[in-house]
Design a protein around this ligand. Structure first.
Ligand code: UDP
Length: 545
């Protein structure tokens, strides 16, 4: 038996991902077990999901106070050939074990059992360690059999052979209830989902240029679509079926490439044979790459392949779990879109832009199935915050949303020769001139107000459209300039301009619209009108936005 050395990990770091409550709960649950000697035993320290889980789980068990360790069986090639067959039989393949094979299976475990360190709890993983308990003597430890396979279709003879050994355990853990056989007959049956580690070399963020470099090193074209299956070369992972599927795709998409990436694990004697069969099945297609750890594929490379894939494939015929699926999902790529959010002017609350920006940023590193799901989440949250229905429209940049820059049709006030000496809103500057009713659009780029919270300046183009007695344009421009030292939110400024003009000039119809320069990626364009006669303006950007 060989002890696996592990790097330290800290559970607290995971608060960044799951929040403080689950971490606190794990610590609370671990407290009564402080100091308990927990020994995991399995067949290999690399290649495959069990090794992947233990590399991450055992250090975290240590971090919460358990005296956890991980031991790997010392075993020969024949043992692994037999246990791989038992593994296959537990997934339903027929198998008759000869007497000689049973001997090797048991003798190897008996030898290993003598080297088992003293423990309070032993967790024996999968069929390779199923008989260990029977040789461990009465040393007082509690034994758990951790089955990572779906045992429900197990070949009956092999299952009946294993059951007496399994029944010596105090408990069994399966990945999910549906994978457990009810005739196992253990009093304690527990279920625990497998997991990936977001901070492991395989899953942590990897820059796009690093991914590209790695792919190019394996002679893949980073500009062309790529199908990737990361899996051991094994009948259940169906690499030959993946090649067949790729060939179908290739007929429609000739530039597609396929990478079959699979490590050759110590305990998997079938791997070399299946690798050779995959290479043969691929034929002389230069766009299919069959790669293994012997080619230099390690965790970082797996990470790069998963991140660079156009499609991550997992064509398993039977799975106890499939960590690679979670790994693929975890690596969702960032997507950028332009969002338009319309908040009704009469909503009880306005959404302050700094907190809005923080809210939008909270979507970073969150995976969604599609844009509609993002839109639905934002619609719900923002409507609740505003207290009125908020309309959300998201347009992916890849679809090139039409965004034009332009000026309103109307009369620019900024060339008027006025004297400016008022720098706080001065509605008394607003007045009407004698004359017949007019309908006109006046606009100015000279609106400046300051943020109510930070005092930072904001600039805007403001557009006033009205029907009624002619408004004194010079007075209106001086009024617009008078906002320069005023601290208020954009929406409030527009509301103030609207009400001041209404009160002072009494137009029959009025619309006020401002387009503020962009801050923190957001431009705020409040629009206020007396109703239908002046509908919503088109979303045309001001030159400074
Ligand atoms: N894996 C790897 N390199 C490979 C092939 C697989 O690191 O070349 C990893 C893979 O990323 C995943 C694990 O091995 O973390 C496989 O777990 P899964 O549950 O998908 O399948 P298993 O091999 O346990 O049946």
């Amino acid at each position: 038996m060989r002890s696996v050395s592990l790097r330290a990990k800290s559970l607290s770091e995971y608060e960044r991902i799951v929040g403080p409550e689950p971490v606190a709960e794990i610590r609370r649950l671990a407290e009564p077990l402080r100091g308990a000697r927990v020994v995991h035993v399995n067949a290999t320290s690399h290649g495959g999901g069990v090794a992947e889980i233990l590399h991450n789980l055992v250090p975290l068990m240590r971090d919460v106070g358990l005296d956890a360790s991980w031991q790997v069986l010392d075993a020969g090639q024949l043992f692994f050939e037999i246990t791989k067959r038992i593994h296959n039989a537990l997934q339903g393949m027929p198998l008759d074990l000869t007497e000689a094979q049973r001997r090797i299976y048991l003798d190897t475990q008996q030898e290993n059992a003598t080297e088992l360190p003293d423990a309070d709890i032993v967790i024996a993983h999968d069929p390779q360690t199923a008989a260990l308990r029977s040789f461990a003597g009465p040393r007082g430890a509690s034994w758990i059999w951790r089955c990572h396979l779906d045992s429900t279709n197990a070949h009956e003879r092999v299952w009946q052979y294993l059951v007496p050994y399994l029944r010596l355990h105090d408990a069994a853990i399966f990945t999910m209830e549906q994978f457990a056989r009810s005739d196992l007959g253990l009093r304690h049956m527990l279920f625990s989902a497998p997991s990936i580690d977001p901070f492991s070399e395989k899953n942590r963020p990897l820059a796009a240029d690093v991914c590209e470099r790695i792919l190019r090193a394996f002679r893949l074209d980073t500009q062309r679509p790529l199908l990737v299956q990361i899996s051991r070369f094994d009948p259940w992972k169906d690499p030959l079926g993946v090649i067949d599927a790729y060939n179908i795709v290739k007929e429609h998409l000739p530039e597609v490439q396929l990478a079959l990436v699979g490590s050759i694990a110590d305990d998997d004697p079938e791997a070399k044979d299946f690798y050779a069969r995959s290479v043969a099945h691929a034929g002389d297609d230069p766009d299919i790459k069959c790669l293994t750890d012997l080619d230099g594929i390690h965790d970082r490379e797996v990470n790069a392949f998963q991140r660079s894939a156009t499609v991550v494939v997992q064509k398993s015929l039977r799975e106890g779990f499939g960590l690679t699926v979670s790994e693929g999902l975890w690596k969702g790529k960032p997507v950028v879109a332009v969002g338009t959010f319309r908040v009704p002017a009469d909503s009880p609350n306005l959404i302050e832009s700094k907190s809005f920006k923080l809210y939008l940023n909270s979507f970073n590193q969150t995976a969604f199935d599609n844009l509609e799901a993002v839109s639905a989440a934002m619609t719900g949250d923002l409507s609740a915050a505003a207290g009125s229905p908020v309309a959300v429209a998201l347009e992916p940049l890849s679809q090139r949303p039409q965004a034009s820059i332009g000026m309103p049709e109307g009369i620019l006030l900024d060339d008027l020769d006025i004297a400016c000496d008022r720098y706080q809103p001065a509605p008394d500057l607003l007045a009407c001139l004698p004359g017949a009713s007019v309908e006109e659009t006046l606009y100015s780029h000279l609106l400046k107000s300051n943020c109510l919270v930070t005092g930072q300046p904001d600039w805007a183009m403001v557009v006033i459209r009205y029907r009624g007695a002619p408004i004194d344009r010079a007075g209106l421009l001086r009024y617009i300039v008078s906002f320069r030292n005023h601290n208020e939110f954009h929406e409030q400024c527009v509301e103030r301009i609207f009400t001041d003009i209404q009160q002072r000039c009494r137009p029959a119809a009025l619309a006020v619209y401002a387009r503020y320069t962009r801050r923190g990626g957001l431009d705020i364009n409040p629009f206020r009108s007396t109703g239908e006669c002046y509908g919503r303006p088109e979303n045309i950007r001001e030159i400074r936005q």
